[in-house]
Design a protein around this ligand. Structure first.
Ligand code: NAD
Length: 357
């Protein structure tokens, strides 16, 4: 029997609620598909700061490095916003991504037929949407130096640096190529090369790498236009390749095409070693502790983990089918309620999904 060791980081806010559902679902899948999964739970984010004064303790990072995959819920809360930047839960995320060298973030956006009316966009605009955002994750403005704030002057200043070297752009382009080759073979690279030097390097490097790829069509788009096109005609996109900051914003925008941010999974990967699989959404402090969060983004992240991280393709498919069956029967969490659905709590919809596996 195949045996896997995964690390589960429940984090903050709704994290423990959606993690509880994920644990039960993974246990059921392991029984149904005959593999053994050891789930090691570690503190990460605000809860780790509370206990160790560090949002990403070394012990957690070491366990993650020694695992087959990491399943992460979400971190953050307004109560940590006044901490020094390096102590905030979000800095823990950046530390984890750096520690595991997770340079590629993959976010699939696919419309589930049963949820077509949950989107704020018209049905005919979104019905054929099936795209993937490939975002560079450990470079660009979130990591660039110099960065800082200068307060002891008459007019306080703050600054960040958006920087890439060509090797960082090449390796993320290679990932986009791999993914496009398994899909409709279209890459749209998004930048702001009309204004930013770093984007000009991005565009030149992507074009250079792509010049060897005869089967894939490449288009380039400025990020402001890409934001507009994502709501005007999102079905035109297959693979969107972009940098850390632009990918952060565009992938949340793309998330809303599906009806709720509570539906979108993601995978953060390197070329070898464990990946981190996590929902796109944050810790939703406004609904935490109420048992009303939507656990599906985390379950679909678990499905990506089974497929990409553990090569348990049948288990991943069985989980996706179970989610679809529950949704097609009209069961929803509150975020997806269209006024006609049967609204369930986080744990109740989890049980329905488990019953379908
Ligand atoms: P958010 O994604 O937490 O919430 C945005 C809105 O979506 C809220 O109304 C929330 O209730 C709703 N929502 C999110 N996930 C949901 C789910 N699964 N089910 C139902 N509704 C859901 O974003 P925010 O409010 O901007 O940030 C809250 C905290 O999360 C902040 O501290 C932020 O820094 C952090 N954050 C963490 C991550 C992460 O852990 N990867 C990502 C984004 C934000």
């Amino acid at each position: 029997m195949k045996k896997y060791k995964i690390v589960l980081l429940s984090g903050d806010g709704i994290g423990p609620e959606i993690s509880e559902v994920s644990k039960k679902v993974l246990k059921k899948l392991s029984k149904a598909h005959n593999f053994d999964i050891e789930i090691i739970e570690k503190l990460f984010g605000g809860v780790a700061y509370e206990k160790y004064g560090n949002p990403a303790p070394d012990e957690t990072l070491i366990q993650c490095k020694n695992s087959d995959a990491v399943l992460l819920a979400c971190v953050g809360d307004v109560k940590y916003d006044s901490l020094a930047r390096e102590l905030r839960p979000e800095s823990g995320l950046l530390k984890l991504r750096s520690a595991l060298n997770l340079f590629a973030n993959i976010r699939p956006v696919k419309i589930r037929k049963s949820l077509i009316d949950s989107s704020t966009l018209k049905k005919n605009i979104i019905e054929n949407v099936d795209l993937i955002v490939v975002r560079e994750l450990i470079g660009g403005i979130y990591f660039g130096n110099p960065r800082g704030q200068i307060y002891n002057i008459k007019t306080p200043k703050a600054f960040n640096t958006m920087v890439y070297d060509s090797s960082e752009i090449e390796r993320i382009t290679e990932i986009a190529i791999k993914i496009a080759n398994q899909r409709r073979q279209k890459i749209c690279s998004v930048d702001k090369s009309n204004v930013l030097e770093v984007s000009q390097l991005w565009r030149d490097t992507v074009s250079n790498v792509m010049s060897k790829e005869k089967r894939i069509s490449l288009s380039n788009m400025y990020v402001d236009n890409a934001a507009m096109q994502l709501v005007r005609d999102p079905a035109q996109f297959d693979v969107i390749l972009t940098s850390n900051l632009f990918g952060d914003i565009l992938s949340d925008l793309a998330a809303m095409l599906t009806g709720s941010i509570g539906m979108l999974p993601s995978a953060s990967l390197n070329n070898n070693g464990p990946g981190v699989f996590e929902p796109v959404h944050g810790s939703a402090p406004d609904i935490a502790g109420k048992n009303i969060a939507n656990p599906i983004a985390m379950l679909l992240s678990a499905s990506m983990m089974l497929k990409i991280g553990l090569s348990e393709h049948n288990a991943a498919e069985s989980l996706e089918n179970a989610v679809d069956k529950v949704l097609s029967k009209g069961f929803r969490t509150a975020d997806l309620d269209d006024g006609h659905s049967k609204v369930l709590s986080c744990s109740e919809i989890g049980c329905k999904i488990i019953d379908e596996i």
